[in-house]
Design a protein around this ligand. Structure first.
Ligand code: GDP
Length: 491
């Protein structure tokens, strides 16, 4: 398989990019002490083509003085082994001397090199990517490894220069939204795996074994978000309990956050910016505004969010507001209905609650919450009582589950077999908004992002997006995570 090397100095976002590209298919190779121990390999599939990818960054030396030799080592590995090289820089900071050093080495090496200018999350920043041209790269691609933007273009460019693999049989078949199979007259410009059919039918090509397949599931970053007084701090205390480790801000970053890390069965749960979770505003209005601002900030640093709702109060406008941010951020969401004890503890008559109402029913209650938070229909929902420590274990379990789900990767072959079975007639989309889908591929994980190759370049109709999202979920899960789509017209 062709090999892509990712290089860059510490903290520019190499690992985020690497994880996004490889999803669940990364591995740490540990056989040759001193040389390959700190190299991380993964596999990546793009438009039906496979490649291997290596993160040459590996273990970052703490010692500033060691960085130059580390940079040299990275460049050497990349130039010796790779067919294409992606150098990552941080678009939000000034270029540092290791950047200059590394780019000089790479550009002299004669291999195809691409400069990925990372952390370009906003349009304003995007414009700044041009400044990086002075490093001398011909291919300068602004990306956001965190948010997934620009990744498709980067991969398009990289795969363009990779040597073709020999063992792929191109398929002269296109999939369409009308569910017909069509002959492609001018030959395919993509080479997906041969379509596989139900077991027992046509011979099935065995996928290469992903021998080091486990993704790095060591740590999940969790944001606890919600209105004031819903019980965020109480929940944090219940989750961190006695075995808490307070972790100060990561060196070299400017965040004033304090995280707390809890280990459970080999998995680390990092609750981000716990100082912020405890911060309270002076007036009710201020506290509420602050809770929305903090939610947005916490989401930025997280993989998974716990949207805490006060059972006694139900879903208020601010809850929906905060939930909306969580949804848009691309983070996974778990809806946590807290203070459930208040809805079930009966008064002196043993029949009704203290306020005279009948105890609440979880099914009915959940339906009401779902009606008010429609866009979060993918989010698992838990009933807990943080104050009583009830159902806290299930929070850990769900976090681990959704964190795994958001990094899942579906191959182009699987995707197209699925697409073949979807009944697009069931999508209620106006005729003039319909698009024909030729094929589809998962471009990124966390959140799972799919590129649709269509006959026209249009924004997907929201009900179509919803329909397709639901179909994908039915087949592949992606529990707790939003699913993103991108459209590329193929002409
Ligand atoms: P935060 O502002 O979201 O961090 O909320 P706090 O954690 O400070 O909790 C607000 C109030 O709700 C406190 O008085 C808590 O004791 C109470 N509380 C939190 N969780 C529960 C619960 O599960 N049941 C009940 N009955 N009260 C709770």
């Amino acid at each position: 398989l062709p090999l892509i090397a990712v290089c860059g100095r510490p903290n520019v976002g190499k690992s985020t990019l690497f994880n996004r590209l490889t999803g669940s298919r990364r591995s740490i190779v540990g056989d040759e002490p001193g040389i390959t121990r700190d190299r991380i390999y993964g596999e990546i599939e793009w438009m039906g083509r496979d490649a291997r990818i290596v993160d040459t960054g590996g273990v970052v030396p703490d010692d500033e003085a060691l960085i130059p030799s580390e940079i040299f080592r990275q460049a050497q590995v990349a130039l010796e082994e790779a067919d294409a090289i992606v150098m990552v820089v941080d678009g939000r900071t000034e270029l540092a001397s290791p950047d200059l050093e590394l780019s000089r080495l790479l550009l002299r090496g004669g291999k195809p090199v691409f400069l990925a200018v990372n952390k370009m999350d906003t349009d304003a920043l995007l414009a700044g990517a041009e400044n990086f041209r002075r490093l001398g790269f011909r291919n300068v691609m602004p990306i956001s490894a965190e948010h997934g933007s620009g990744i498709g273009d980067l991969l398009d460019a990289v795969f363009e220069v990779l040597p073709e693999e020999q063992d792929h049989e191109p398929e002269a078949v296109m999939l369409t939204a009308d569910n017909e199979l069509e002959e492609d007259e001018d030959g395919p410009d993509f080479s997906p795996e041969p379509l596989q059919h139900e077991a027992g039918a046509a011979p099935v090509r065995v996928r290469r074994l992903r021998s080091h397949g486990e993704y790095d599931n060591k740590e999940t970053k969790v944001a606890i978000i919600g209105r004031p007084n819903v019980g965020k701090s109480t929940l944090l205390n219940a989750l961190t309990g006695t075995d808490r480790a307070i972790v100060s801000p990561i060196a070299g970053t400017t965040r004033d956050a304090v995280d707390e890390v809890v280990e459970r069965g080999g998995h680390n749960f990092r609750f981000v910016d716990t100082a912020g979770i405890r911060r309270k505003g002076k007036t009710k209005l201020m506290a509420e505004k602050l809770s929305v601002i903090m939610a947005r900030k916490h989401l930025e640093a997280a993989d998974v969010s716990l949207l805490v709702i006060d059972a006694g109060e139900g879903v208020a406008a601010a809850d929906a507001n905060i939930g909306g941010y969580a949804h848009e951020s691309g983070r996974s969401v778990i809806i946590v209905i807290n203070k459930w004890d208040l809805m079930t503890k009966v008064g002196p008559d043993g029949m009704r609650l203290f306020d005279g109402k009948p105890p609440a029913d979880q099914k009915i209650y959940e339906q009401d919450v779902r009606d008010k938070l429609k866009y979060l229909d993918y989010a698992p929902l838990l009933f807990i009582s943080a104050a009583d420590g009830k159902n806290i274990e299930s929070v850990f379990k769900k976090v681990e589950l959704v964190s795994r789900e958001r990094r899942k990767r579906v191959t182009t072959g699987q995707m197209n077999r699925f697409l073949e079975k979807v009944d697009f007639q069931k999508a209620s989309v106006p005729m003039n908004k319909r698009v024909r889908i030729y094929y589809m591929t998962q471009a990124a994980v966390a959140p799972p992002t799919f590129v649709l190759f269509t006959d026209k370049d249009v924004k997907l109709h929201f009900s179509f997006e919803r329909f397709l999202g639901n179909q994908i979920r039915e087949n592949f899960g992606f529990i707790g995570s939003p699913i993103w789509f991108k459209v590329k017209a193929r002409n």
